[in-house]
Design a protein around this ligand. Structure first.
Ligand code: GLU
Length: 448
């Protein structure tokens, strides 16, 4: 599968050991493919067993969360935190509350996070946590009790210099508030151990916008560098209408693009007049799904209940911002046949390996998630800085820093792609190599 025997051996034993973890193996396979060119040039990688070490989490904490629902019934959920790599900074990564959460998904996310955080240039290691708790349909009090009980165990494993969690699917400022409140009560200190906090609790302005805006800044660099173009008049489709998708849509519109399709788990809306984002944001305040209600306000739009139909809408640019594995090979073919020329991942690993290969073979510009969606965690890093300094930057200051960070991430990926492959557009290899090198050098410095 890989050119190097060393990589084949490492991957074979990993895939045997974790045969029941398909998402994790998928993320590792995508990454290890990019290592061939480095392993050839640098014997220390094999000698110091760097790949064997980098694909094993430093620590996984697994625990039970018991809590009492509004009816007085005791509920039990499973939870974990994967502390993947701390070579370049304290563990850092979001918390996901979703029924699908399991060790495979947590490990793939924490693994990706390690290289994503490295690309930001900020001192943050990689982690991810979560629970199979499903927040939808739960009352505020139930959410609060769950979050508090979650922290009653997790608090001993986190801290401002140890591990700094944030939000992810199912975890927003409300959940972070409840968790931080409990943590603070136990530790008796205002240390800012979480990011994506509410502004009044020490959160950063611009954090809510960061992943979506950052994605667009990254795409702007791709458009400028490879095509000498901008978002102006481009037809854009965006899957997911949560924090990432809606903020990406806002920035696309601001930069002159036209969002002609959006989706959430209730379905897909195609609106040739351009999506009414204000309506989506308004409806989202009271509903977790909004696409099935859009036509009540815009009957001229078309609706499909099948989420993958979004990839059938003709577009120039596709921004998958929902969740892992949402673009399979059939959807990739659909996108290419309808004229899409750029795909950039706002979610973590939304494109399967086959679909990614298809895009690359067909010369579609492809921005991988660990680079393109790093804006969220980058501003989390800026939130840590502000907390440590006991001061706050303005929205404009944060946004300007985010812009520079995204430009730099693009440049690092582009430069690595040029240097190691001679293919300037191969940002997949570029991101993997650029993200890896900092972690690798830190690991060498720190010994075994
Ligand atoms: N969950 C986000 C991500 O996937 C943000 C993590 C953070 O801010 O720590 O990058």
């Amino acid at each position: 599968m890989f050119k190097s025997k060393y990589l084949n051996d490492v991957y074979a034993s990993l895939s045997q050991r974790y045969a029941d973890q398909p998402e994790f193996l998928q993320a590792v396979e995508e990454f290890v493919t990019s290592m061939d060119v480095l392993v050839e040039k640098d014997p220390r990688i094999q000698k110091d067993a760097i790949i064997e070490r980098i694909v094993e989490p430093e620590r996984i904490i697994k625990f039970r969360v018991s809590w009492v629902d509004d009816k007085g019934q005791v509920q039990v959920n499973r939870a974990m935190r994967v502390q993947f790599n701390s070579a370049i900074g304290p563990y850092k990564g979001g918390i996901r509350y979703d029924q699908s959460v399991n060790e495979s998904i947590m490990k793939f996310l924490a693994f990706e996070q390690t290289f994503k955080n490295s690309l930001t240039g900020l001192p943050m290691g990689g982690a991810k946590g979560g629970s199979d708790f499903d927040p939808y349909g739960k009352s505020d009090n139930e959410i609060m009790r769950f979050c508090q009980n979650y922290i009653l165990e997790l608090y001993r494993h986190i801290g401002p210099r140890m591990d700094v969690p944030a939000g992810d699917l199912g975890v927003g400022a409300r959940e972070i508030g409840f968790m931080y409140g409990m943590y603070k009560r136990i530790e008796n200190e205002f240390s800012g151990t979480f990011t994506s906090k509410g502004i009044e609790s020490g959160g950063s302005l611009g954090r809510a916008e960061a992943t979506g805006y950052g994605l667009c800044y990254f795409v702007e660099e791709m458009l400028k560098t490879y095509k000498n173009e901008t978002f102006k008049d481009k037809r854009v489709i965006i899957s997911g209408a949560g924090k990432v998708g809606s903020m990406a849509a806002q920035k696309v519109i601001e930069l002159g693009g036209k969002v002609v399709g959006m989706s959430d788990i209730s379905g897909v809306i195609r609106d040739e007049n351009g999506i009414d984002l204000d309506l989506i944001i308004k409806l989202s305040k009271t509903n977790s799904c909004v696409m099935d209600k859009y036509r009540d306000y815009h009957p001229e739009a078309t609706y499909s209940p099948t989420t993958k139909d979004i990839w059938k809408i003709p577009c120039d640019i596709a921004l998958p911002c929902a969740t892992q594995n949402e673009i399979y090979l059939d959807s990739a073919k659909e996108l290419v046949s309808k004229g899409c020329f750029l795909v950039a991942e706002g979610a973590n690993m939304p494109t399967t390996i086959e679909a990614t290969k298809y895009f690359q073979e067909n010369h579609i510009l492809f921005g991988p998630g660990k680079a393109a969606n790093a804006g969220g965690v980058a501003v989390s890093g800026l939130e840590m800085t502000q907390n440590a300094m006991f001061m706050n930057w303005t929205f404009e200051e944060v946004d300007a820093k985010l812009h520079v960070i995204m430009e730099n991430i693009f440049k690092k990926c582009y430069d690595a792609a040029c240097q190691y492959t001679g293919r300037p557009e191969d940002l997949v290899i570029g991101a993997n190599i650029a993200g890896f090198l900092k972690v690798y050098h830190a690991m060498l410095q720190q010994g075994v």
